[in-house]
Design a protein around this ligand. Sequence first.
Ligand code: DGL
Length: 258
Amino acid sequence: MKIAFFDSGIGGLSVLNEAKDRLDADFLFYADKDNVPYGEKPKEDILKYVDDAVSFLINEGANAIVLACNTATSVAAKILREKYDLPIIGMEPAIKYALKLNDEKRVLVIATPVTVKGEKMKELIGRVDKAHLTDLLALPKLVTFAEAGKFESDNVTKYLTEKLTPYDFEKYSAVVLGCTHFNYFKDTLRNLLPQSVSLIDGNEGTVNELKRRLDLNKNPSGENSTEYFYSGKRVTDKNELQKLNNLLLRLNKMQEIK
Ligand code: DGL
């Protein structure tokens, strides 16, 4: 069983990282480095990029595709599920989960502009948030910082401080990460938010769904192989592979931060 993880860039590694520990399968990882960031692009362009990547990954032997990108899911999941007949699993901001933990306080969802403005977000909130407790905030610059490898930097702290200052976090129980790139900034977010506010990502839920859909077993050996691709080209350069490995190590640390 080969499972492909797709993202516009390095954000999807956070979902792959979660799957690696838990599933008995081999993996393909595809980052659309030529076209990242997606978050402020026209929907038609995003749909074409994702369609091209999915068709490439099927040719590489993928048995299932995880759109490890909320933006790609929002724009393309429904359309591509009709076009291809293999399981396509998407990402969804964990609003339902956050409201289940606390249904009195507010929830702030941070995501890309395309995800925030998308029909899918409206539909999700309409379905799971009858009490209107959800607020939305677009943070497109975090994607650019992540792709540049700028994680713990003064610019990131300054940007997030400016964006989060207008919110009275006494009224919030959680910040939901609605973009996979944001997982790299859990340490800075944790420092800026009061302890009473939980940080919730959708990775565990997505891997649970993947496991359920594909009827996969737990990874008994803890070993599996991963092939990496950047925009349709296999990554073979040792330095680049090392870089990906370092990103996974950072994500291991971020995974501990709740
Ligand atoms: N990682 C993507 C997401 O989960 C989006 C990043 C981008 O703007 O390309 O939404």
